[in-house]
Design a protein around this ligand. Structure first.
Ligand SMILES: *Cc1c(COP(=O)(O)O)cnc(C)c1O
Length: 496
């Protein structure tokens, strides 16, 4: 084609997408200091803007396009009704500085969501303040720290973390000022009980366990693990990001867990990716509730009519988020839970586990399965067999893009070489799962007979392989006026 398609820089002087009426009030210039002149903004018409963003969206992958089996991330379908409800003016247009008497409906929703999360998990109380899973972890571990401090237990300086835990767990424990002690896994992918017995003691503040763990496996000794830590005076934190596997089937608090975070953006279908906003509520056993971040919401009923008010818990660790957390996410999660009901939530988990096991069985002849057990909501393969032909897991991931499929999580968990962590979620149909299996099998064939197809992938995407070093060292994440962009690029090149 001799004609270049219109791609990115579309600006034309004086082009406008909107027209304003003549002002009917006197013009008042912005005060000096608030005003900048010479902003080099793109000048485009309305249709140009629409096409620009639509084109960009088509270069990306999304759950609304095809399966997105990114293990550990639970990229499930976000029902559109959640979005409609979150946009109700009574939810979207309120302000946290409003007097509580004017936002009683919003407060009631938060109070009910806390109660529903408590019921599903078995915990006595829940805070909605944290903005993400890792943020919930920090909140939970700060609560554990405050609890030990109040017990006068200053010698409890260590947090035990199994090597099958999510990477955020040791990072959180370190941020909260603890020393991390790693516990290895046994051959079935459970926490090694002998090693745990040897390492738990009077210096243990707690254990942070991810269960189901990052191998997609339920720890077969979870109750023994909890007992061992409790017997030594420690508390048990459960990373609840994998809660999608056990809704309505097991309640973490019933297993003796003391503190857990939820990922509303994984389990309860609030959207994620691209950095948020997320929501990571934390549940605690009864005697830890007074440590939860404040202000907290409560229902009062003196007159026969409920009202909702804020209060500060006695020993609160303080705020962990401005205002009251990401309220729009609370609305979406509430909608999802109410829409499914108790039986529906259990069905979510049963289908998530069924789908993952369907993939496990469909692929285990062609890919190494390091832990050959019934899995939970995700399954971890190794690309070791393909690596023998010079095809790495990264190549397999890139080749999947040619099939219009988002790759699984790769090279995580770290304890599996050439790991591929696949989480189909409950919302995928049998036909989609069969398509994914067929694509993966075809890639396994290619890896054997014509590996260069895989190592050269992707072939059909808009962009081929990125130069990952430059992408990391000089990330180009936002639009700059062309002049500025080219001078930045020159600086970056000079710096290399
Ligand atoms: C996603 C995830 C986290 C971190 O949650 P964020 O919301 O991304 O901070 C922690 N643990 C596990 C097991 C996860 O999958």
């Amino acid at each position: 084609m001799a004609v270049e398609p219109l791609i990115f820089e579309l600006s034309q002087p004086e082009r406008r997408a909107v027209g304003f009426p003549e002002p009917d009030v006197p013009e008042t210039p912005l005060p000096a200091g608030l005003r900048r002149d010479g902003l080099d903004w793109p000048e485009v018409g309305e249709l140009d803007v629409i096409r620009h963003y639509t084109r960009l969206s088509q270069k990306n992958h999304a759950i609304d396009i095809n399966i997105y089996p990114l293990g550990s991330c639970t990229m499930k379908y976000n029902p559109k009704i959640n979005e409609a409800v979150a946009r109700y003016p009574g939810f979207a247009e309120i302000h946290p500085y409003q007097d509580p008497s004017t936002v009683q409906g919003a407060l009631e929703l938060m109070c009910e969501l806390q109660a529903m999360l408590a019921e599903i998990s078995g915990f006595a109380d829940v805070t909605l303040q944290p903005a993400a899973g890792a943020h919930g972890e920090l909140t939970g571990v700060l609560i554990i720290r405050a609890y030990h401090r109040d017990q006068g237990a200053t010698g409890r300086t260590k947090i035990l973390v199994p090597d099958s835990a999510h990477g955020t767990n040791p990072a959180t424990a370190t941020m909260a000022g603890f020393d991390v002690v790693t516990i290895p896994s046994d051959r079935r992918g459970n926490v090694d009980l002998e090693k745990l017995r040897a390492l738990v003691g009077s210096d243990t503040a707690g254990l942070m366990i991810t269960n189901p763990n990052t191998l997609g496996l339920w720890d077969e000794h979870i109750e023994e693990i909890v007992d061992l830590v409790h017997a030594a005076g420690g508390l048990v934190y459960n990373d609840g990001a994998n809660f999608n596997a056990i809704l309505g089937v097991a309640r973490p608090a019933d297993l003796g867990i003391d503190v857990m975070h939820f990922n509303l953006h994984k389990t309860f279908s609030t959207p994620h990716g691209g950095g948020g906003p997320g929501s990571g509520p934390v549940g605690v056993r009864a005697d830890l509730a007074e440590y939860l971040p404040g202000p907290r919401i409560r229902e009062v009923n003196e007159t026969g009519i409920s009202r909702y008010e804020w209060f500060q818990p006695a020993r609160s660790i303080g705020r962990v988020h401005s205002f009251h957390g990401n309220f729009g996410m609370h609305v979406r999660a509430y909608c999802y839970i109410r829409m499914h009901g108790a039986a529906g939530l259990r069905q979510v988990s049963e289908d998530a586990v069924l789908n993952a096991n369907y993939l496990r069985v469909g692929l285990q002849e062609r890919y190494d399965l390091p832990y050959d057990r019934t899995c939970m909501h995700e399954v971890v393969f190794s690309g070791n067999r393909q690596k023998a032909n010079g095809v790495r897991t990264l190549d397999i991931a890139k080749r999947l893009l040619d099939f219009g499929v988002h790759p699984p999580t790769v090279y995580f968990p770290l304890i599996v070489p050439e790991a591929m962590m696949i989480e189909p979620t409950e919302t995928e149909s049998k036909e989609t799962l069969d398509y994914f299996i067929a694509a993966m099998r075809e890639i396994a064939d290619e890896a054997e007979h014509s590996p260069e197809i895989v190592t050269g992938a992707p072939h059909r995407t808009e962009f081929k392989r990125l130069d990952e070093v430059s992408a990391n060292r000089h990330p180009n994440l936002r639009w700059l006026p062309p002049v500025e962009a080219s001078s930045r690029a020159k600086e970056a090149a000079a710096a290399d």
